[in-house]
Design a protein around this ligand. Structure first.
Ligand SMILES: Nc1ncnc2c1ncn2[C@@H]1O[C@H](COP(=O)(O)OP(=O)(O)OP(=O)(O)O)[C@@H](O)[C@H]1O
Length: 265
């Protein structure tokens, strides 16, 4: 091996956070994800786009083993986080989900105080040795989710009493509190108004300085605004993956072209 290829290997190892190879997902007999290969880069926002039912959410859920919770769902292939197979028997899915956090379509705060929503993960993963360390994590996570100033005087009030946009940022703070390496977001703005959507999009851009973000979105405008990489799915296949600018201006596959020009959807 020459020096250049060693260097190239080093670069690709630092940039790749998740590598998926030959991933298949079945719900019973239904083949929902077909032979998907993709690399998710570190400190990058990757958007998954494609028509309804094409498998975006299914593939997203493979990345932190959320599909394990669906009885009829079977995942095959290899998905590695920093080179380690996340489906290895020795991997604890609960620990994995702290590293690969998730934010859902509908904000789903726990029926607990704002403070306890954020403190929940650090408590169960033993990330704080004292109350003051826990206070620091809660404050840092709420600041990280651009929510601190709005809630700092009412941390003991229920999280469910916040507005929809604030609840979604609370859920982001909850995910950020376990110091994830990857944050998965499944249509995180679909229940939000345009102002709250703008705030969450700004936040996504900030978060990528710390970890990699993967977002499923139905909005091509949103994908274009927030992501650097885009993956287009169609009927369970990953049809095209590349720089977001390229995908939206010079798609290589006619199916991508049809989707972004609104002919399939
Ligand atoms: N729990 C489940 N049980 C059975 N089939 C499922 C389940 N979840 C998804 N599917 C099927 O798998 C396929 C992919 O669904 P998925 O929700 O991943 O698509 P999607 O691209 O995220 O769709 P949408 O944009 O409408 O949310 C669909 O045909 C869907 O009906």
């Amino acid at each position: 091996m020459n020096d250049m290829s060693i260097m190239e290997r080093a670069v690709s190892q630092t940039e790749n956070k998740i590598s998926a190879r030959k991933v298949q997902v079945y719900y019973g007999d239904k083949h929902a994800i077909k032979d998907v290969d993709v690399d998710i880069l570190d400190k990058t926002v990757t958007a998954f786009i494609g028509p309804s039912g094409c498998g975006k959410s299914t593939f997203l859920r493979c990345l932190n083993r959320m599909n394990d919770t669906i009885d009829i769902c079977r995942v095959e292939g290899r998905i590695a986080l920093d080179g380690e197979d996340i489906y290895d028997k020795r991997v604890d899915p609960v620990q994995l989900r702290a590293k690969v956090g998730m934010v859902f379509q509908k904000p789903n705060p726990f029926p607990k105080s704002i403070y306890d929503n954020v403190a929940y993960g650090p408590r169960i993963h033993g990330l704080a040795r004292s109350r003051s360390e826990l206070d620091d994590i809660v404050e840092k996570s709420l600041r990280g989710a651009a929510l601190w100033n709005e809630v700092k005087d009412r941390l003991s009030e229920p999280g469910t009493g916040l507005s929809g946009g604030q609840q979604q940022r609370l859920c982001i703070a909850r995910a950020v509190a376990t110091q994830p390496e990857v944050l998965l977001m499944d249509e995180p703005c679909s229940a939000l108004d345009p102002i709250a959507t703008g705030q969450v999009e700004e936040l996504i851009d900030k978060l990528r300085s710390e970890f990699s973000v993967v977002i499923v979105t139905h909005s091509m405008q949103q994908a274009a605004r927030v992501s650097q990489k885009t993956a287009f799915f169609h009927l369970g296949n990953l049809v095209e993956y590349g720089d977001t600018d390229e995908i939206f201006t010079r798609p290589r596959d006619p199916r991508t072209e049809s989707y972004i020009s609104g002919r399939i959807g």
